[in-house]
Design a protein around this ligand. Structure first.
Ligand code: NAP
Length: 307
């Protein structure tokens, strides 16, 4: 029987791990298939307090991981596939094995959303991606496009100017949702050409199955045209990772887990942290804060149980 299992190793899960480990609870962190969460695929984080020069997202995650490990957190790459709450403990299925824990912290984060167009799955890795940090360097001196109008789209576009000959930023409206500082940078960058009021209706692969163009439709004039690009970077937001908890923990209509009070879920001993429950802020620092709260609530819960 574990004392604390933490599902997820992004900013929320690792902060929970640091707090739980420092409380001598020796937490087990189930990292899942994308260890490090969204920060591991981002570039410079400029708004995490304490880093006036900014810090690389992956480096921030490495630091948190080391900090948690130093205090006794343990890590496993297992993916959680099922969940079975009991009156005084929780059973959780990680890969094929059922684990038991007194307290569970769900910090499973959110995953990139896709457009749902034809051939999408086949084209991922062949000129279609949701991660500029991972794949941007493969597309040097060729035109690429980014889809979306939020901070992610802005950040990816700016990052891609290091490699691509041209970055088209395709947005369905005529104004960016991104924060003003990011939007101003994008709009001031000559290498980025915004294409407003426009959606992608089709990916066009070449004869080798690699992306060669996208078909665009202007949502006001309904005109369609083809835009040659070597890679499409989709940055249209994220969906919460709740598959293992569906129908068991409460969610809002969009699938985000509902937190009842502080970090508590409806099941005793089960706490929630980070983007899996956050449809508003979705920041590294808010995820870290909620991870801290979840670990402290778990510690309080275990103390009351006398465990
Ligand atoms: P987001 O803020 O939800 O923005 C998603 C964008 O994609 C919106 O512009 C949206 O259009 C567009 N979109 C959504 N579905 C679409 C579809 N089916 N087709 C075409 N366009 C679609 O997501 P995000 O940019 O990933 O950011 C998430 C959170 O992380 C935000 O809170 C953001 O501030 C934060 N973040 C911060 C940083 C930073 O500070 N450096 C970097 C990355 C992310 P509409 O605008 O029309 O809704």
């Amino acid at each position: 029987m574990e004392k604390v299992i933490i599902v997820g190793s992004g900013c929320a899960g690792l902060t929970a791990a640091i707090y739980a480990a420092r409380a001598n609870l020796s937490p087990l962190v189930l990292e899942g298939r994308q260890p490090g969460g969204q920060l591991s695929t981002t570039t410079m984080v400029e708004n995490f307090p304490g880093f006036p020069e900014g810090i690389d997202g992956p480096q921030l995650i490495i630091n948190m991981h080391e900090q948690a490990e130093k205090f006794g957190a343990r890590f496993a790459y297992s993916e959680v596939t099922d969940y079975d709450p009991q009156p005084d403990h929780v059973r959780i299925k990680a890969d094929d094995e059922w684990l038991e824990t007194r307290a569970l912290i769900v910090a499973s984060g959110a995953s990139a959303r896709w457009l749902g167009l034809e051939n999408e799955e086949k084209l991922v890795g062949h000129g279609l991606t949701s991660c500029a940090t991972c794949d941007g360097a493969f597309y040097r001196n060729v035109p690429v496009c980014v889809i979306g109008g939020g901070d992610s789209a802005a950040e990816e576009s700016l990052f891609l100017t290091r490699f691509a000959s041209k970055v088209y930023l395709i947005h369905r409206r005529d104004a960016l949702r991104a924060s003003k500082i990011m939007a101003d940078r994008v709009l001031a960058c000559e290498q980025i050409e915004p294409i407003w009021n426009t959606v992608v209706t089709r990916y066009v692969p070449d004869e080798k199955g690699e992306m060669s163009a996208v078909v665009l439709r202007n949502v006001q004039t309904h005109e369609e045209r083809e835009l040659p690009v070597a890679c499409v970077f989709v940055a249209i937001g994220h969906d919460p990772n709740t598959k293992a908890f569906q129908g068991k923990l409460e969610t809002d209509p969009d699938g985000y887990l509902l937190v009842r009070h502080l970090a508590e879920s409806k099941h005793p001993g089960v706490f929630i942290a980070g983007d899996v429950a956050d449809r508003v802020y979705k920041q590294a620092i808010t995820a870290a804060g909620s991870g801290c709260a979840a670990a402290m609530e778990a510690e309080k819960y275990l103390g009351a149980l006398g465990k």
